[in-house]
Design a protein around this ligand. Sequence first.
Ligand SMILES: Nc1ncnc2c1ncn2[C@@H]1O[C@H](COP(=O)(O)OP(=O)(O)OP(=O)(O)O)[C@@H](O)[C@H]1O
Ligand SMILES: [Mg+2]
Length: 322
Amino acid sequence: MSTCLSCNDLHVSFKMPDYTAHAVRGVTFEIPEKQTISIVGESGCGKTMTALSLLRLVPEPYGVIHRGSIFFENRDILKLKKDELRRLRGGKISMIFQDPMTSLNPLITCGKQITEMIECHTTLNPKETVDRTLQLLGEVGIADPSRTFSSYPHQLSGGMRQRVMIAMALSCSPRLLIADEPTTALDVTVQAKILDLLYNLQHAKNMSMMLITHNLGIVADIANQVIVMYGGEIMEFAPVTSLFNAPAHPYTKNLLETIPHTDNKKGRLQVIPGDVPTLRNIPAGCPFNPRCSMVMDRCRKEHPPLYNLDTTHTVRCFLYDK
Ligand SMILES: Nc1ncnc2c1ncn2[C@@H]1O[C@H](COP(=O)(O)OP(=O)(O)OP(=O)(O)O)[C@@H](O)[C@H]1O
Ligand SMILES: [Mg+2]
């Protein structure tokens, strides 16, 4: 399986007035060509910062990528010049954000926002650009592309706006699409449709996709591999079937228990006790130790490395130290 992107030992931190917050701490993963990899974890665990790093969009000047490499098409993204980065963003790698209302410009029609992207990254003439835009709007399931083309974002529903965002992200046929919580702002039925659409487009267009979500439930049908993050670190990394059938990390098991089931015997939704640590007070040892039901003495003192359970499944937990 060839690799689309490989991220190695990524560290991102924020310089706060009185301390340095380490938001991403030594994250390493590969996104295989034409596959979907998902990052899951609770709020604040570093999912968005990891994704933004792939496009070097970590908010400056306080946020800094201070270590690591991100290889894409044989080049380290962290070493690209400004104009090379501009060509990469929205061209070869594009991103869909959580809230389409803040990502679309309220003063420009949807059509114009997409044509601008195409003009930036391709050599199509104006007529071809408009045709391509209408075609894209059709591909993302918009019933009346010409009408949407001339609509302003506020004239569309949340689901339609997210479809426009997806059309924009696809406008230059990216090799990698990053979707950061693409359905969180939508209601449940629309969520399912947008996820279906992303799944179908990823296959039809032979792209790689990185899907970020805090809800493990939605990755089962879409992702090939799943990264579980906690406190800025990867806690478990596995093919989706292994993760669901044989979750190894106590945190992953807890996350799976929080997925609502209609046959939940206990009758109530499970919660993970305790809170996600803030970056100011990441505990010593394993960052999950204060909430872990399997905690051992050494978890409070030593930092667990990643253990390989097999060639595809790794977990950061002393329970697997043989
Ligand atoms: N602009 C910022 N200034 C300071 N710290 C920040 C900033 N943005 C993010 N952080 C910190 O970085 C950490 C990781 O944030 P990130 O946005 O990657 O989390 P996330 O996993 O995407 O969470 P969510 O599910 O809420 O989107 C958080 O703990 C947050 O406090
Ligand atoms: Mg986020």
